[in-house]
Design a protein around this ligand. Structure first.
Ligand code: ATP
Ligand code: MG
Length: 253
């Protein structure tokens, strides 16, 4: 199972990714959760402490390592386009509650078509995780669609777009679907989060084709409390866990 979780800012990508990762771990799977957001906070949602996370450097910020692997240097602009990456999870991922966290960071690109060393490494690493790794891989992507335009997404087999019951995040789903289809990713499905009532459910059902809708996670104050305390929602809310479990079952179909 390989999933890339995307969607608008603040919709619940990290919350969903963390609960899903921990469910897979609880079943005894080897799980790798990749934080592919420059504003990384998947670690907290998995149960790491802030102090532990402060000690982690995102892969894209390990300049010497990245330069070494890609052959980049001040005098050399020709990069190895297939750098070695298969040992990166083992070297840098940290384990908590049975989930290996890999903080990847993202690439700040000034303009399209940048072939910077960090980009080469991340793109290669993502395709390694998606195509060659034996782990269950869950990627918590950065908000928005920039990653779809940057060429890091081609190797992903499916996207889960997290939305809220509102027109703007439904729009994001449509945009992700369009861009993903252009990249040859045919499975783009939806998790509707922060759903308050039946009206919200009806709204979602009226906007999302049934075959694309994986399920609902209801608005849940335990999830908010977990976040406030910097803890994993998995350790706070049985309801959210059982909702994500149902989503996971549909995801596997
Ligand atoms: N079902 C829910 N009920 C209530 N609050 C929720 C729910 N899911 C997530 N939240 C809250 O919404 C906020 C954003 O959640 P989260 O960080 O998971 O979103 P995100 O999409 O990863 O955000 P970002 O775009 O910043 O990465 C958090 O405060 C979280 O606790
Ligand atoms: Mg997030």
């Amino acid at each position: 199972m390989k999933v890339a979780v995307t969607g608008k800012g603040g919709v619940g990508k990290t919350t969903f990714s963390a609960i899903l990762a921990r469910l897979y771990a609880e079943e005894g799977n080897s799980v790798l959760a990749a934080d592919v957001d420059p504003d990384a906070n998947l670690g907290l949602a998995l149960g790491f402490t802030e102090e532990e996370l402060d000690e982690i450097t995102p892969i894209s910020k390990m300049k010497d390592f990245v330069n070494d692997r890609t052959g980049a240097s001040a005098g050399n602009k020709f990069l190895k386009l297939n750098p070695k990456v298969d040992d990166i999870p083992e070297m840098f991922a940290k384990d908590r509650n049975g989930v290996k966290l890999l903080v990847m960071g993202t690439v700040d690109v000034a303009g399209a078509g940048c072939v910077c060393p960090e980009h080469v490494i991340l793109k290669r690493l993502i395709s390694h995780l998606m195509l060659n790794s034996d782990d269950v891989v869950i990627m918590d992507m950065e908000a928005g669609l920039e990653h779809l335009g940057r060429g890091t997404a081609e190797s992903m087999e499916q996207f889960v777009v997290v939305i809220e019951p509102g027109a703007r995040s439904v729009q994001t789903y449509k945009n992700v679907k369009r861009l993903a289809t252009q990249l040859g990713i045919n499975r783009v499905r939806v998790v509707a989060n922060k759903v308050r009532n039946e009206e919200d459910e009806e709204y979602i059902k009226s906007k999302i084709p049934e075959e694309d809708l994986l399920g609902f996670i209801h608005y849940n104050t335990d999830v908010i409390d977990a976040d406030r305390q910097g803890k994993s929602p998995y350790d706070f809310s049985e309801t959210a866990i059982s909702e994500v479990r149902a989503i996971k079952e549909r995801l596997e179909k």
